[in-house]
Design a protein. Structure first.
Ligand code: F6P
Length: 366
């Protein structure tokens, strides 16, 4: 007989399309297949620390109809690491330190036997650390950036790429009407997956990604070559983490109290200005920003989220704690949280996506 009777589920880090679909799959699998009770922990690890009304029972009715809903019904936080947490002590003084024992105690008080954490590297790092403290944890990989190691695809990526592609389609008609260069800046942190995928799907002239530092002159030459062939406009997609061969990434903001304080941004406008001068066409920059994280998940993300959520419960029931659910070659699998953390999955500059893009003369600026 399994000792798991009551499980907790939480979402941490930046939101991402498909979170609700995972919560739904976890809840339905747990209740309908295994007769478990499910507790949703609101606001990620902050809710775990606060306890009380942050812990809510999830019934089937709570997850009905949420598969198509963006965001997370459990809310999220990307600042709260209980192993290095800022809190107010009993004397009203601000303190910073390890309060993870409070989280463990709150799980015990609520009778929660195991925890499913849905998040990116920050959330999963804490998941690993709670696992080291003896909490029965399973991780589910979330991020639009698709940069988590051990899994082929994170849920949310497909939706972000679809949103970016749809935006590029819209920008194309205005670029064409005015014979302009439009530079589209997309998210992705230090990985170029969103830029690469949407740049191919959107039929862009150039794709600039962190993994292939660019020379702006090469990009300008490519646009000029396309002009000579009769195309009097251009679309360039640039990842927020892209950088010139002789330069650094552009930082838009530092969030002091975040475990991952650097926010990238600004490269799109920089590239547009340079191209305007070098090519002699008017240029504009569009930053897609958080629109890539919002809204309803694609069918593929809903399916992937459902597979991840239900498989996470299977792993719990099999006693395979301390692991993250993974997708490997279209099969569900798992890997230790110890292996997943600290490893970024970047675009291999020689992969077949890049090769296919090069074959159709998309410029990477190298
Ligand atoms: O990791 C997801 C992501 O959207 C990145 O692509 C982006 O760099 C970052 O989060 C933005 O973070 P925030 O929501 O704190 O601005």
């Amino acid at each position: 007989m399994s000792e798991i009777k009551r499980i907790g589920v939480m979402t941490g880090g930046g939101d991402c399309p498909g979170l609700n679909a995972v919560i739904r799959a976890v809840t339905k699998t747990a209740i309908l297949k295994y007769g478990l009770e499910v507790v949703g922990i609101k606001h990620g690890y902050r809710g775990l620390y606060l306890g009380g009304d942050q812990f809510v029972n999830l019934e089937l009715t709570d997850v009905t109809g949420i598969i198509s809903k963006g965001g997370t019904i459990l809310y999220s936080s990307n600042k709260d690491n209980l192993f290095d947490y800022t809190y107010i002590d009993e004397f009203g003084q601000e303190q910073r330190g390890d309060v993870s024992d409070v989280g463990v105690e709150n799980l015990k008080k609520a009778g929660i036997d195991a925890l499913i954490v849905i998040g990116g590297d920050g959330t999963l790092t804490s998941g690993r650390d709670f696992s080291r403290k003896g909490v029965k944890v399973i991780g589910v990989p979330k991020t639009i950036d698709n940069d988590l190691a051990s899994t082929d695809t994170t849920f949310g990526f497909d939706t972000a790429v679809s949103t970016a592609t749809m935006s590029i389609d819209r920008l194309r008609t205005t670029a064409e009407s005015h014979s302009r260069i439009i530079v589209v800046e997309v998210m992705g942190r230090y990985a170029g997956w969103i830029a690469l995928a949407s740049g191919i799907a959107g039929g862009c002239d150039a794709i600039l990604i962190p993994e292939i530092p660019y020379d702006i002159n090469k990009v300008a030459e490519a646009i000029k070559k396309n002009r000579a062939r009769g195309k009097d406009f251009a679309i360039v997609v640039v990842a927020e983490g892209a950088k010139p061969k002789d330069g650094e990434v552009m930082v838009s903001k530092i969030i002091e109290n975040s475990p991952d304080p650097v926010r990238l941004g600004g490269i799109g406008a920089f590239v547009a200005d340079q191209l305007e001068g070098l090519v002699g066409l008017e240029a504009r920059a569009t930053i897609l920003g958080h629109v890539q994280r919002g809204g309803t998940p694609t069918a593929n993300d809903r399916i992937l989220s459902t597979r991840y959520g239900s498989y996470a419960v299977e792993l719990l029931m099999q006693g395979k704690f301390g692991n993250m659910v993974t997708l490997n070659g279209n099969k569900m699998s798992y890997d230790s949280l110890e292996n997943v953390i600290g490893e970024n999955k970047n675009v291999d500059p020689d992969n077949d996506w890049v090769q296919a893009a090069r074959s159709i003369d998309i410029c990477f600026g190298d």
